[in-house]
Ligand binder design. Structure first.
Ligand code: GLC
Length: 473
């Protein structure tokens, strides 16, 4: 099958979160199955390093017409781990400080989506399935079905899958820009209309042949108003299209046995390096080099990550003889809270307000317990990454967290500590259970640690589920 991914980010080129991990690793996993050719189109941001750019092949350029605009689009190609990536170049749109969050994101990604469809004949790759991810790529599905498929048979044969990685981000705009910026007709209005605005996610849900999200539990959760950020009526109407497939992680990139970024390598067969990683991090951060439970939080510091609970329970967690290391950036209120917390507990707590993938690996490899109390979590990757590095996860039972981590108290023993009610007290209780286990039954804890490390969170199973989904189409 020929599959074309349209996405706003992909590792190792440019990423702001888990979406980048997925687009950076799922296509390769799909290509490992015989007979598949999965390719990716993404913007050429200024963040894409020269290391890669030097190896890019320039395929040509064309002008993309959208509404009254006509904009340059350079097309570059690069094959990475067996996956062909196409980068769309337009410095006016993509030479910006950040990937998203610019005042004209609507126009930037309308250009991106239109260009992605326009270059298909140039790259000579008419796919069987176009697979678009999140609101940045939603317009590619809308344009495909509303414009291109109606005029050109080659496009009419393309099936569309749309994946929601997080329903909170929907691409909501005023109707004033329907024609002027998005180049849509008044007759397209009802496709994208929701709550009196243009809602691009809604438009993609309506137009796509299939809609998926990144865990089975989240696929159910978003049918209810508690999780849907307003879109549950639409999703219920189209629930026949909807399914959930759990993400995997790139087991080569996240590999404590081989990583060069961490203080020492280790594996379930020889765990000696894990202790070196722990003391290495403690030394680096100026924390006392002691064998107390090291609890880590690595997260974008935004509201759905459940940090309100950590704010309520922070002092209680730090009352015990433990260490807490927080890594992440995001909303100022959380950044401020964790910085003050670290100031108040200089011997126990560090707050590293940054996004740094190497540093995150040093923390995963050093940690004993990993806290991820997300209020909602479409899939979540950190609970899988921490498992691979032998940090036992403590999670709130929601979305992909629920699908990947079961409590040690459950029938088959489980692979972490979980709590059902979204409450600071429940979370605190689970953190304390994990730390108490570490302190009171070290042998048992180390056994659990190895069990956690052995859980298979590779892409293999998920890739098969995606292939089945494409096959159904
Ligand atoms: C988003 C979600 C996260 C998911 C990731 C990749 O970032 O918030 O839960 O793991 O996308 O699908």
């Amino acid at each position: 099958m020929k599959i074309l991914y349209i996405a706003g980010e992909a590792l190792p080129f440019a990423a702001s979160g888990g979406l980048g991990d997925v687009i950076g690793s799922l296509p390769a996993a799909l290509n490992e199955q015989e007979g598949n050719d999965v390719r990716v189109i993404m913007p050429l941001y200024q963040h894409v390093s020269d290391k890669f750019r030097k190896k890019f092949e320039f395929l040509g350029s064309k002008y993309i017409n959208l509404s009254w605009r006509s904009q340059y689009c350079g097309i570059f190609k690069y094959v990475h781990k067996g996956v062909t990536f196409y980068f769309l170049d337009n410095e006016f749109y993509f030479k910006r400080a950040s990937l998203y969050g610019e005042f004209d994101d609507g126009e930037r990604f309308a250009f991106f989506c239109r260009a992605a469809l326009e270059i298909i004949p140039d790259i000579d790759f008419f796919p069987d399935v176009l697979h678009a991810h999140d609101w940045h790529a939603a317009l590619s599905v809308i344009y495909l079905k509303q414009c291109y498929a109606k005029l050109d048979e080659r496009y009419a044969n393309i099936k569309a899958v749309f994946t929601i990685h997080n329903i909170q981000y929907q691409g909501i705009y005023d109707f004033a820009i329907l024609g002027d910026v998005f180049g849509l007709m008044p007759s397209d209005r009802e496709i994208v209309e929701y709550d009196g605005c243009i809602n691009l996610l809604k438009g993609a849900i309506v137009c796509a042949d299939r809609v998926s999200t990144v865990s089975p539990t989240y696929a159910k959760e978003i049918l209810s108003p508690k999780f849907s950020h307003g879109l549950d009526p639409v999703l219920n109407l189209f629930s026949f299209k909807l399914s959930g497939i759990l993400n995997g992680i790139d087991r080569d990139y996240y590999n404590p046995g081989r990583d060069k970024e961490i203080f020492a390598n280790y594996s379930t067969r020889n765990m000696a390096g894990k202790a070196i990683c722990k003391s290495g991090l403690q030394r680096m951060l100026g924390l006392p080099e002691r064998d107390v439970p090291l609890v880590a939080v690595i997260s974008r510091l935004v509201s759905h990550k459940g940090l309100d609970l950590v704010m309520l329970a922070g002092d209680d967690i730090l009352k015990d003889d433990i260490q807490l290391v927080v890594l992440g950036m995001g909303d100022k209120s959380y950044e401020y809270y964790f910085e003050r917390l670290a100031e108040r507990y200089p011997d126990k707590c560090r707050a590293l307000i940054t996004y740094n993938r190497d540093l995150s690996k040093q923390i995963y490899s050093a940690a004993d317990v990993f806290l991820m109390p997300s209020k909602s979590e479409p899939c979540g990757l950190a609970q899988m990454i921490c498992s691979r590095y032998g940090a036992v996860p403590v999670i709130h039972e929601t979305g992909g967290l629920y699908d990947s981590i079961k409590d040690v108290g459950c029938e088959n023993g489980g692979n972490g500590f979980t709590f059902a009610a979204y409450s600071a007290y429940e979370m605190l209780n689970s953190v304390k259970r994990a730390c108490a286990y570490f302190n009171s039954d070290r042998e048992g804890f180390e056994k659990l640690r190895k069990k956690v490390m052995r859980v298979d969170f590779s892409w293999k199973q998920s890739a098969l589920s995606y292939i089945e989904l494409y096959n159904q189409l």
